[in-house]
Design a binder for this molecule. Sequence first.
Ligand SMILES: Cc1cc2nc3c(=O)[nH]c(=O)nc-3n(C[C@H](O)[C@H](O)[C@H](O)COP(=O)(O)O)c2cc1C
Length: 228
Amino acid sequence: MSGTLGGRTDYTGEGIAEQDAPDAPLPLVRAWLEQASARQQDRGDVPEPSALSVATVDGDGMPDVRTVLMRFLDGTGPAFLTNTGSAKGLQLGQNDAVAASLTWPSMFRAVRFRGRAALLDRALVTEYFRSRPYGSRISAHASEQSRPVADRDSLERAYAACERRWPDHGSADDVPVPDGWGGYRILADRVEVWAGRRNRLHDRLVWDRVGQGGLDDPDCWRRSRIQP
Ligand SMILES: Cc1cc2nc3c(=O)[nH]c(=O)nc-3n(C[C@H](O)[C@H](O)[C@H](O)COP(=O)(O)O)c2cc1C
């Protein structure tokens, strides 16, 4: 047995030509995200289009990676919500280096970000937390993310205790924002878009930061093409 996995799908994406590429990355990333969401509505083959793999580095220089949901995307960068005392939170507290990718295999497309992580503004975190379903808000209190737990029952008991403490009155204020719940913004210095094409001769366009403005500021990015 060779150990080779999977088949040999030829990637037949549309690709991306220089003349269609904006001077700053945000408009293209946004358009791709919108197209991925629309495709999920139409054809159902892009589940969780905003699933973002986020890589961090621990104190020993070991990389780590997990998937979160990208909840914001604007000129400042993509952002996600999480427990700031989790493994990722502790790692980012020691070393703010971060990389992330959005991948839409059925569309032969991916986006990569590299940069530094910054804690999200507390007001934004609070506003977002209040918009979450009651059960999710309770779980944010019940779970010390990434810490060991004896068994499933212990988790359920922690959830039930939080439910008793903060009963559901149908209001956004029923559950306070946990101190250890927050989020991170990825302040990118490099953004890459990848478009899979026939014969593995893919398109890769990269934007490198040359100024301090946002992901949508054409004066702050230098665009180039790299080989597949
Ligand atoms: C599709 C998907 C979406 C997820 N979204 C989030 C999220 O938005 N925030 C989060 O903290 N964890 C999310 N998770 C769970 C994370 O992958 C991970 O298990 C958790 O954040 C703990 O990671 P850590 O121990 O590296 O800190 C998601 C997992 C999947 C598969």
